[in-house]
Design a protein around this ligand. Structure first.
Ligand code: MG
Length: 256
């Protein structure tokens, strides 16, 4: 009887563990910018994401023609196109919160002082050669700050996807964003998983199980509405990328 009770307790604990393990992890989209003093992809938004305990903070990276890596979402900042202007000119521009548009070097220097994981999105550049150079630059900078074990890579470009898998240290996670590779194609390419839009995932919810069966992970973006968060949680995705990290954290904690 005693043995049976112990077995039951162990089974319940294992069950609870499995349930906890099944909870999606929260990734702040472009940092936690939707809060006082921050703006998208600012260093402040990275610090904020870390301060509320996000599993990871996502951000976007471009390369200037003189090889400087810049953290920004849009291809242009205040009318200056990042991949076609010298770093000195790009760096005259400011974000909405008053920060000078950060270099990846500055961004990673701050990240190294924090705990949150990094989800680095390399934007799609004009040429394959430029993209290949940008992949190498990002990997070198991440290495400079010893952040290899804390950084995942996401890309829309199929060339950059292959390039990261080829150039990154073994075990680095690279996810594909564009929505048009099946789980079998991701597995074949040695990617870590899919990082697809909510729209794509609602069209292909079967890909979630398919990915898991293949040992791949599933991240969904950009999930801001409570009913969509609920859907992702119920579907058992691994990561949710959101502009509302505190709302999602609360839902994961309280169920609403
Ligand atoms: Mg992004």
């Amino acid at each position: 009887m005693k043995k049976k009770a112990l077995f039951m307790a162990a089974a319940i604990l294992a069950g609870v563990g499995a349930l906890q393990a099944a909870q999606p992890k929260v990734i702040a989209h472009r940092g936690y910018w939707n809060t006082k003093g921050a703006s998208q992809n600012s260093i402040r938004s990275l610090v904020k994401a870390d301060s509320i305990g996000c599993y990871a903070s996502e951000f976007d990276v471009w390369m200037t023609p003189d090889g400087e890596m810049i953290v920004n979402h849009d291809p242009t900042i205040s009318g200056v196109e990042i991949q076609n202007n010298l770093a000195a000119d790009v760096r005259k521009k400011k974000l909405d919160n008053g920060e000078v548009v950060p270099t990846l070097d500055e961004y990673l220097a701050q990240a190294a002082k924090l705990k949150t994981r990094l989800v680095l999105e390399l934007k799609t550049h004009d040429s394959r050669a430029r993209e290949r150079a940008a992949v190498k630059k990002t990997l070198d900078l991440v290495k400079k700050y010893g952040l290899e074990d804390r950084t995942d890579y996401i890309v829309f470009s199929k060339d950059a996807f292959k390039e990261y898998i080829k150039q990154a240290p073994k075990g680095t996670k690279v996810y594909f964003l564009n929505g048009d590779y099946t789980p079998a194609q991701i597995k074949f390419s040695k990617g870590a998983g899919i990082d697809y839009s909510l729209k794509v995932m609602k069209k292909h919810p079967e890909w979630i199980k398919e990915c898991h069966n293949k040992g791949l992970e599933v991240n969904v973006w950009t999930v801001n509405e409570p009913e969509d968060m609920k859907w992702c949680i119920e579907q058992g995705v691994d990561y949710i990328t959101t502009n509302e990290p505190e709302r999602l954290q609360k839902m994961l904690k309280t169920g609403k």
